[in-house]
Design a protein around this ligand. Structure first.
Ligand SMILES: [Zn+2]
Length: 80
């Protein structure tokens, strides 16, 4: 069973589908029971959506950037 540290370490690999099935299942099981890691997972997943959407020059969903700014702070994203 993966703990928080392991789960956070593997989040990127999990999102890239680079983990073995057994390892991925451990991460999923942990995420289901841990709201902290769930939040981190959702944040990483959202970030990927934002990057992909930007790369394709599509409109981001309403309020998405505000949410991201709330998480990252204005300094990271800058004024666009
Ligand atoms: Zn956790």
């Amino acid at each position: 069973m993966a703990d928080c540290q392991e789960t956070l370490n593997e989040l990127e690999s999990y999102l890239d589908s680079e983990l073995s099935e057994g390892r991925a299942n451990e991460i999923i099981t942990h995420l289901k029971g841990c709201t902290d890691c769930q939040g981190a997972y959702e944040f990483h997943a959202d970030l990927r959506t934002a990057i992909k959407t930007k790369a394709k020059n599509e409109e981001l969903p309403d309020g998405f950037l505000d949410r991201l700014r709330d998480c990252l702070g204005d300094d990271v994203l800058g004024a666009e």
